[in-house]
Design a protein around this ligand. Structure first.
Ligand SMILES: CC(C)(COP(=O)(O)OP(=O)(O)OC[C@H]1O[C@@H](n2cnc3c(N)ncnc32)[C@H](O)[C@@H]1OP(=O)(O)O)[C@@H](O)C(=O)NCCC(=O)NCCS
Length: 183
């Protein structure tokens, strides 16, 4: 359990901290899965600029997990007005800082994201993950099913697509917040 960690919507002031987590997670988890060059190119400066833009995009939901004031994880989803290959949202990123994995924080971020999407009337969400990523087991454990028909954002890496048919099943994963009764 990551009980001390709270989850909230990101704001532009979080861009630098999100960038730090993004880069650290790539370095810790993608070494060997992607080329060193591909990892090095996505520097903190590049990611900071990306997240300064992304956090402000109205069609996006970006959440941060905060531990004692420090961002230790984040998730970001793009919402589609009309379904894209059958889905109304695309989980674009979900990353935890190295050392924060395995404490149900990823599950909580997914639950909080589900809650945000439902508030926008969205029940379906797809994602892509590297074919060799251990995160596949995480998504499968939480009910995602492989969906080769989802083509959005394809072609950058050797990855696979998954879909959640109904994100209502994920809301309870944000169990700490549920327990608090915080709507
Ligand atoms: C993938 C990631 C977000 C998962 O978050 P996490 O906090 O480590 O996972 P959780 O502790 O919430 O696990 C939830 C469930 O998935 C299972 N799980 C998590 N990682 C797993 C793995 N690699 N293999 C098998 N099961 C796994 C857990 O055992 C748990 O199952 P349970 O409900 O039976 O207890 C996190 O590990 C991470 O940031 N990884 C590196 C970056 C990455 O690959 N991101 C995904 C990009 S697509």
């Amino acid at each position: 359990m990551a009980l001390g960690v709270s989850i909230r919507r990101a704001n532009p002031a979080d861009a630098a901290a999100i960038a730090e987590v993004h880069v650290a997670s790539w370095q810790a988890h993608y070494r060997g899965l992607l080329s060193d060059e591909a990892i090095a190119r996505r520097s903190v400066a590049v990611r900071r600029e990306q997240w300064q833009r992304c956090v402000l995009e109205p069609a996006r939901v970006t959440l941060v997990a905060e531990d004692d004031g420090a961002v230790v994880g984040f998730a970001s989803a793009i919402c589609f007005d009309v379904p894209t290959d059958g889905y109304r949202a695309y989980l674009h990123t979900l990353y935890l800082a190295p050392g924060m994995t395995g404490r149900r924080l990823g599950a909580r971020l997914l639950g909080a994201m589900a809650r945000e999407l439902l508030a926008r009337g969205i029940t379906t969400m797809a994602l892509r993950t590297l074919r060799e990523n251990r995160a596949r087991s995480f998504y499968e454990r939480l009910g995602a099913r492989l969906d080769g028909a989802f083509g959005f954002d394809a072609g950058h890496f050797d990855d696979v697509a998954y879909g959640f048919d109904d994100v209502r099943a994920l809301v309870a994963l944000d169990e700490f917040r549920e327990a608090e009764g915080d709507a």
